[in-house]
Design a protein around this ligand. Sequence first.
Ligand code: C2E
Ligand code: CA
Ligand code: CA
Ligand code: CA
Length: 278
Amino acid sequence: AKVKGAGSVGFYRGERAPASDEALDLARDLRGAIARRELHLMFQPKIDAGSAQITGAEALLRWTHPERGIVPPSVFIPISEQFGLIDEIGDWVIEEACRQAHLWRRQGVRMRIAVNLSARQLLQPNLPQRIRGILRRYRIHPSLLTCEITESLAVESTEAYRLALINLQKSGMHISIDDFGTGYSNLSYLRELPARELKIDRSFVTDLGESEHAHSIVDAVIRMSHALGKRVVAEGVENQRQMEILVALGCDELQGYFFAKPMSSELLLLWATSPPDG
Ligand code: C2E
Ligand code: CA
Ligand code: CA
Ligand code: CA
């Protein structure tokens, strides 16, 4: 028998990698979580830096565990990868995000939708076909879907990943390199990646305005991206000062608590039709 005590509460707060007993428990509970409707998506707006208009929304996965409450994706996504559950969960995320985009459009709101893809998913041989099937079913043009892939993954990764990204792009979807700056991309590698967009990692955005170092890095990343014909999104924008600096540096899109936290699909619809300052 396993002891589940107060320790596990602190554990979630800290969002560290779970002990293996804990991981086994969670993996067992995660199986069937979709059928039990314990997963849902939250949506965070992406904002055009020039017009301050919403351009789209990123879907972020939540798991409400019947006893433990909300388990953060930083905990259960790695477990789902480790235990071979990510394919099913990843498919559900894409389907659910597209279903929402379809509903929003029926309510008169047309916007881009972004989903996060994990390593394992990218290596599924028929991923582009399956996504295209889902998009067709909800009559969403592929160019309205952005696939966010973390940089470390996009880079670690060899030819197989690059080919997977190219196949997604050939299907008309947009690729975004997530958490940019935390991995090891070099310029020539970046040039070869079929990405439309780079997302500057929150750690750099957080330090903006306090560290000249962060300022120089963000400045360089934006110039480099533009030179390569890619758009730049900043994540984790939490205050006005960060926003102003990013706009001055020419960042294309912004995302973060300063504009909106992740919210339900219903709230996002309201937000998109009447943003707080407009
Ligand atoms: P990410 O893709 O880098 O997503 C951004 C994370 O930062 C989200 O955390 C979001 O809620 C949070 N965030 C947004 N704005 C701010 C801000 O201004 N300040 C701060 N402090 N945080 C902000 P979340 O939802 O807990 O997701 C964590 C990570 O889990 C994501 O990082 C992504 O890598 C992964 N993830 C989430 N949903 C999925 C999914 O459906 N599939 C896969 N494979 N991974 C997912
Ligand atoms: Ca993301
Ligand atoms: Ca990110
Ligand atoms: Ca990040």
